[in-house]
Design a protein around this ligand. Structure first.
Ligand code: PAF
Length: 267
């Protein structure tokens, strides 16, 4: 496994040809990431994983400084998964002065960036798109794999990147049903037990056992609710007669830990 931290070497590695699949990450790797790597391996000859905690997608009062940085452990895991190359750039490389991120062309789709998670994290999706476009420019993958857990992020990447086939990886859950996430490391043992209720409650909504009002109440008895919505999964807008796929999307806080989860199903 090659570990590359500069752009020139990364570009040379890429120039060797063959079909390349890319899994961008911020490290803190868990089984969810490993499932994305499996998908990447199935769809190309060589697999690149990047590890970069992107400052542009954190707001002022968010956990950029505390975000789990577990490079040694991550590299061991990636070696075991037979990843071909790990790209570990630093912020100066990703954001040199001459690279300007433009929001041109995004204005008319502002809704997608500013709804749901974008309401409380207005910088977030612009920061994600910026780094993903920049990483694509450097790695030039044929295929890139993203998880469905960050469903809004996935929709934005699918709509606003070009020339790379985007593959979606299903949510990987702990035995308790809790969606795997790097931020689960922040939870105490007691909080983990409480967190397991999130998915159980969302399943009741999907199965029609409870309506959205009762589910909201139930969630509020365990968590501080940021949002719970049922929307058209393709547009992230109200469900209409034309809706074929529904998204239940939810964000809650447990103490200071933000938990995100969703269920996507056909109507
Ligand atoms: O989902 C993530 O881990 C990040 O948002 C991503 C896509 C690696 C961009 O920093």
């Amino acid at each position: 496994m090659e570990i590359i931290s500069d752009i020139g070497t990364m570009e040379k590695w890429r120039d060797k040809g063959e079909k390349v699949a890319f899994v961008p990450t911020m490290g803190g790797l868990h089984q969810g990431h490993l499932s994305l790597i499996d998908l990447a391996r199935e769809s190309a000859d060589r697999v690149v994983v990047s590890i970069f905690v992107n400052p542009m997608q954190f707001g002022e009062n968010e956990d950029f400084a505390d975000y789990p940085r577990t490079l040694d452990g991550d590299l061991k895991l990636l070696e075991k998964c037979q990843v071909d190359c790990v790209f570990v750039p630093d912020a100066e490389m990703i954001y040199p002065d001459n690279v300007v991120f433009t929001r041109a062309g995004l204005e008319e789709k502002r809704y997608l960036f500013e709804t749901l998670c974008g309401k409380t994290r207005p910088h977030f999706f612009y920061g994600v798109l910026q780094v993903v476009r920049r990483l694509f420019e450097i790695v030039r993958p044929d295929v890139a794999v993203f998880g469905q857990k960050d469903y809004q992020q996935l929709q934005i990447i699918k709509q606003f990147t070009e020339g790379v086939e985007i593959i979606e990886g299903a949510i990987v859950r702990e035995e308790s049903g809790l969606a795997m996430s790097t931020r689960n490391q922040y939870l105490s043992m007691g909080e983990r037990l409480i967190a397991a209720n999130l998915y159980k409650i969302l399943c009741q909504l999907q199965q029609g056992e409870l309506g959205i009002k009762s589910v909201t109440k139930q969630l509020q008895s365990y968590f501080e609710l940021d949002y719970l919505v049922m929307l058209d999964a393709n547009t992230l807008k109200q469900i209409t007669d034309n809706t074929s796929k529904i998204a239940i999307l939810c964000v809650v806080f447990l103490g200071s830990t933000r938990l995100i989860d969703n269920i996507i199903f056909t109507k």
